[in-house]
Design a protein around this ligand. Sequence first.
Ligand SMILES: Nc1ncnc2c1ncn2[C@@H]1O[C@H](COP(=O)(O)OP(=O)(O)OP(=O)(O)O)[C@@H](O)[C@H]1O
Length: 624
Amino acid sequence: MSGPSAPGPDGRPKPRRTEVLRGLAAVFALTLRACPGALATRVATVVVAGTAPIAASWLLKYVVDSLTSDGFRVADLTWAAAGIGLLTVALAAGSAVASYADSRIRRATATCAQSDLLEAVNRLSGLSRLEQPAFHDRLQLAVQSAQGADRLVAAALQGAQGVLTMTGFLGSLLLISPALALIVVAAAVPALFAQLANSRHRADMFWRTSNLARRQIFYRGLLTDTQAAKEIRLYGLGSYFAQRLRDDLDGINSQEEHLDRRLVRHETALAVLGAAVSTGALVWGVHQAATGGLSAGDVSLLVAALAGVQSALISLVSSIAQSHQTALMFAHFLYVTQVEDDLPAPAAPVEPPPLSRAIELRDVWFRYTDDGPWILRGVDLTIPYGTSLAVVGLNGAGKSTLVKLLCRLYDPQRGSILWDGTDLRDMPADLLRRRISVVFQDPMEYDLTAGENIGLGDLDALRDPARIHAAAADADIHSALDRLPQGYDTMLSRMFFPDDTEESAAGVQLSGGQWQRLALARALMRSGRDLMILDEPGTGLDAVAERHIHDRLTALRQGETSILVSHRMGTARAADHIVVIADGTVREAGTHGELMSLGGAYAELFTTQAEGYAVDQGVEETVR
Ligand SMILES: Nc1ncnc2c1ncn2[C@@H]1O[C@H](COP(=O)(O)OP(=O)(O)OP(=O)(O)O)[C@@H](O)[C@H]1O
């Protein structure tokens, strides 16, 4: 990966010019990998399309010269005419084959580029890169350029065809008049520079407007999202977001409009220049023919060469410009596919052993960005093997952040987290995560079947109904799933149908608490886990379900190392150890009894919650 690119006018990194060449080479390598056969076919059509017009113009010159001379042979002219006809057929067939090959190249490169991109994003083992707006801008442009990679190939081949045709016709013009050949080429030079400048401006514009483009996609998604629909209707936000979407689109449109006007000015001037050169050359040719300097066939060749060189030059110039623009855009694709992992890979990776001693946090400091506030400020904590730890604290204290660090979704800036004495930074993140099972505070709701939603917890068991049902039973959701229209095969989505079913098999939506139990079942699927982390598993559960699941989990956790983040003090009190996180540090640590007798933050949290229940109870008694 090369160093960061120079910043653009808005301070964000901008693709460098050398990246154009890298982009070109990369797109051809991609096409060669994606569809070598179609590329070879397309090259063959370029040769035919590039040379046939020249051969046809020479045959025409031969026919015209023969017709205007004495004693021509009809048979020879017939062969020449048939030759022109054959070339026309070859051109027509070549064009049809070319568009078929172009379609194949388009589909294959888009698929290959998209999967390269997704693999690259998937290789990022942490979360920080995905939380940077600039990275999302790059990603958006990378997706666009991945979809348009075939355009660069098409433009380059069109350029090659232009070169072939132009070389042939220029050779013909040189035979008639070297000066004329020079004038025709010179007329194309301003066009070349203008087109290159235009393509640079267009690539810059895409970069400048990428943030607006992403935002209007966000608003569009929001306005059509079923989850957002409730609040949007309740608060009457539809028109407000629609207006913001229109403002963003207006911003993009006005920049495009500015560029389009510039293009109109340039293209008009270039067309006038080209027409003037052609007219002058034609007048000169007619004059020469009248004075006997050129034959009638020469004039016909001159007319064909003028048109051929002009159109080949225009096509060459526009293909260079198009390649330039696409290659500049492709720099974003290269950036994303070659971006460094946000978690540095260990120099000497250590495979995490099955946990047997303890997980230790030693003076852990963490903040999400280099200039952001410290979220954890020197956390010291030991979680002995086989014990349960409850983490409590006020909103925003850093409890979920601690969980994410334990999963190595981020690395701490200072201090270390040790797994049986080995720093997590020395372990490949994916191997470490196989040893951990987590229910996050905001678990995913996959638009898949109920069985898949659970089976994703252990891909090897995705088609193992017995294990899936057992995990569902442990999470107390089995009977609810069993009662669904297609049981575990029911699609949990109102957006999609299962692949092989009719519309009548449309999916169902679960309640918030049921989704939470499903996430718990998914976490329980993970075989061979050493650490179970539950980040607020009870928030969406009813009191009966919470009690039931709590007892079940307590039984399941026996002998297992577990961490429970919870605001429900009644649930937290059962843990072997409890820590109170406040101001980014461990404020208090101990058992429930120890912390209560300490009379500090834990005792206050506990009694405040208990008093709430007691007051409610008192009110109920008064009402009765
Ligand atoms: N991805 C992130 N990027 C930047 N800041 C973040 C991010 N996630 C959390 N924070 C900030 O870190 C702080 C701690 O958040 P965290 O989610 O760890 O708190 P918590 O103790 O789990 O809170 P809660 O009880 O509300 O779940 C908060 O101030 C939050 O704004």
